[in-house]
Design a protein around this ligand. Structure first.
Ligand SMILES: [Fe+2]
Ligand SMILES: [Fe+2]
Length: 357
């Protein structure tokens, strides 16, 4: 099939990459035959790729389907992506300042934290459903681990709050609770750092006398490690004795802890873990809508397989969320639930992003 060179700004979702896209150092960023998704265009812009080769035939059919789409769809998407990253960077910066203040003074800068929470709330609102896609590739090393984790848990909690149809006011409080859930880690003594309960107790002590914080925030902090079957800590509370905000933060916390390892993202095993192993431990009324949402976001995502091949997730097996059906870059369809010894190693976009930075 013949290919044609196009500027990245002129790409539309549905076109097919005709020749591998290489980085300046010669690394393959996107393989031949990758179907361009909205996220692909955003990543190409992020990597400063100006032109790519696409299949001519795909271009024609995409041009036809483009006529059915809003005329400015693509440029809105690109703007949205870069706006998201600008907002995300800004939020991380203000969170770092607030968290450093807490570390140094043991005091809580309530207004600054509320401002950061409001920033997260408005970013979620303005970015819309695409935000999960962006979050899956945005956990790069802009700040220390506690700050990044706290901001991400706040973001993920707000996505769950929206899925559960919370009011805007409830979501703002939930975000603040997510942002502060591990606040005790900032003031913990080095010798009790590895005692899991210590950060919860220190967090409670830090916040209990801050009168301008809603009670739900304190409960979110104190109960985010409690589990539905009573096997959590610090009290071993069960079921609805655990505040709903804490049950939401527990889901967001576990997802973020397991899906990201600092440099790369592999959210597939944690989805399976949450759905099966943690079935009795997490609130399934919270967990299931979230899993469905992440699963939808991950469909079409580029992945690296354990045998070194790259591909795209095309369908999830209901019985094994970590073993979806993948189409490799050469067009082979692999059902990972029946393919021995091949698994997903990581989301590729995370690797690309790490390389690009
Ligand atoms: Fe925690
Ligand atoms: Fe946490």
């Amino acid at each position: 099939m013949s290919t044609k060179m196009l500027a990245v700004k002129d790409l539309v979702p549905g076109m097919v990459i005709g020749e591998p896209v290489l980085s300046a150092s010669g690394k393959v960023l996107l393989g031949k035959d990758v179907v361009i998704a909205p996220r692909t265009i955003s990543l190409l812009l992020l990597w400063n790729v100006c032109h790519v080769f696409v299949n001519d035939e795909a271009e024609i059919s995409s041009a036809e389907s483009q006529q059915e789409q809003p005329a400015a769809g693509q440029s809105i998407l690109s703007n949205e992506f870069s706006n998201f990253f600008k907002e995300y960077d800004g939020l991380i910066t203000t969170a770092v300042q607030s968290f450093d203040f807490i570390r140094n003074t043991n005091n809580i800068p309530v207004q600054e934290l509320k401002d950061t929470s409001f920033g997260i709330y408005s970013t979620v609102l303005s970015t819309g459903p695409a935000i999960m896609d962006y979050l899956l590739v945005s956990d790069y090393n802009l700040a220390d681990k506690v700050t990044r984790h706290s901001v991400m848990v706040a973001f993920i909690s707000s996505i769950i709050g929206r899925k559960l149809k919370f009011s805007d006011d409830q979501i703002k409080v939930l975000i603040l609770a997510g942002l502060l859930h591990d606040i005790g880690k900032l003031v913990i003594a080095k010798d009790s750092e590895h005692e899991p309960k210590a950060h919860v107790i220190h967090g409670g002590k830090l916040l209990q006398h801050v009168s301008s914080l809603p009670q739900e925030v304190l409960l979110g902090v104190l109960q985010h490690h409690e589990l539905m079957d009573g096997s959590g800590f610090p009290l071993g509370s069960k079921g609805d004795k655990i505040h709903l905000f804490a049950r939401i933060i527990a889901v967001a916390d576990i997802f973020h802890q397991h899906a990201y390892d600092g440099e790369h993202s592999n959210p597939f095993p944690v989805l399976e873990h949450m759905a099966k192993t943690l079935f009795d431990k997490l609130d399934q009324g919270v967990c299931q809508p979230f899993i469905r949402h992440v699963r939808d976001c991950l469909t079409n995502s580029p992945v690296l397989l354990s045998d070194g091949r790259t591909g795209q997730v095309i369908f999830f097996n209901q019985n094994r969320l970590d073993q979806p059906i993948v189409k490799t870059h050469t067009g082979t369809i692999l059902d990972l639930s029946t393919t021995k010894n091949i698994s997903i190693k990581r989301l590729l976009s995370q690797e690309y992003l790490a390389n690009a930075n």
